[in-house]
Ligand binder design. Structure first.
Ligand SMILES: Cc1ncc(COP(=O)(O)O)c(C=O)c1O
Length: 328
């Protein structure tokens, strides 16, 4: 495909595509999984695919410091910190929340990598432009150039990560003989779903793509993904004649909010671990998996027989929520 931006190879690709045999039997569907949790070890998950394109742009700009935002337990921030270290760059993370007495999960890794961390109140966190310009200035005075990466790496450049994944899936489908009618992923900032929707069109996967939102709501993600599509079309001049691509958000599984998992989500983690030997996380993938099973049982996925779950990683998010497993 023409007009593709540069890419810095970081992930271990292709990731495996596997059947979930016991879960398929239990739920009377053919459920397969794309193991993007295996895209790397510490840098694992969906974010590394987006960062391959984002960081290539940062390198083109001769940047020294990757600046990004997220929750205290952000997988995206952890992946950014590790990627920066791997490439000999610095990272500066603006994290929403107070510094805990003892770091755990992703935050522990951010600290081990020695990423610069600014802990921020929700009000200041939302003033991203102001905080970025301040940081940009202070680094400039030290002779360092910053590069701004949006929350979750979801922008027109990051979209390429999952457009590329769709290309990989086209090969997976033809070698495995599994052609899903529906494909599902967790949606937190929209870039994974957005990339899969465009990739589904470009690489003719001929599947319906769904995202289970783990925060915000359907309207928010429809707007966000549409905006990213428009920016992408303008910047890369691809699919300019694009039909209006469907953005299917499955709502109803946020629970009490971002990062807050209900007992059925922890039960889902146990079930998938016990039946398939695969770990999901309580913030993203288990919420989405729980949503998928609920919709298979009684909802918008009931009519599909062959279903693919895209495992987007997040394993380090299990540990800070260990108490959830004992409240069942
Ligand atoms: C493990 C994991 N899965 C899914 C998502 C959601 O992906 P996206 O932000 O592209 O919607 C994220 C990040 O937000 C994540 O860290």
């Amino acid at each position: 495909m023409n007009n593709q931006p540069p890419r810095q190879t970081l992930a271990r690709l292709p990731t495996p595509l596997e059947p979930l045999r016991r879960l398929s039997k239990k739920y009377k569907k053919n459920i397969w999984i794309k193991r993007d949790d295996l895209s790397e070890t510490a840098m694992s998950g969906n974010k590394i695919r987006k960062l391959e394109y984002i960081v290539a742009e940062a390198q083109q700009n001769d940047s020294d410091v990757l600046v990004t935002w997220g929750a205290l337990q952000s997988n995206h921030c952890r992946a950014t910190a590790l990627v920066a270290a791997k490439l000999g760059l610095r990272s500066h993370l603006i994290l929403r929340g107070d510094p805990p007495q003892e770091a755990d999960g992703n935050l522990l890794i951010d600290q081990i990598v020695n990423s610069e961390i600014t802990y921020s109140t929700p009000e200041i966190y939302n003033m991203m432009d102001d905080s970025y310009y301040e940081l940009e200035n202070s680094y400039r005075k030290k002779g360092l150039k910053t590069f701004r990466i949006p929350v979750g790496g979801s922008d027109e450049t990051g979209l390429w990560g999952y457009i590329k994944c769709a290309e990989e899936l086209a090969i997976d489908f033809s070698t495995s003989g599994f052609h899903p009618e529906a494909m599902i992923c967790a949606t937190g900032s929209g870039g994974t779903l957005g990339g899969l929707i465009i990739g589904n069109e470009i690489h003719q996967l001929d599947t319906e793509v769904f995202g289970v939102n783990v925060c915000d709501d359907r309207q928010y993600f429809e707007n966000k993904i549409k905006t990213d599509f428009d920016l992408w079309t303008r910047k890369y001049k691809c699919l300019e004649e694009k039909p209006s691509l469907p953005i299917n958000i499955i709502e109803g599984y946020v629970g009490q909010g971002y990062g807050k998992a209900t007992p059925p989500v922890f039960e889902t983690i146990r079930e998938v671990a016990q039946l398939e030997g695969i770990l999901l996380d309580p913030v993203y993938t288990a919420k989405a998996f729980h949503g998928m099973i609920s919709e298979i049982n009684n909802g918008c996925l009931a009519s599909f027989q062959d279903i693919l779950f895209v495992h987007t990683g997040g394993i380090f998010g299990i540990f800070p929520q260990r108490k959830g497993f004992f409240n069942l």
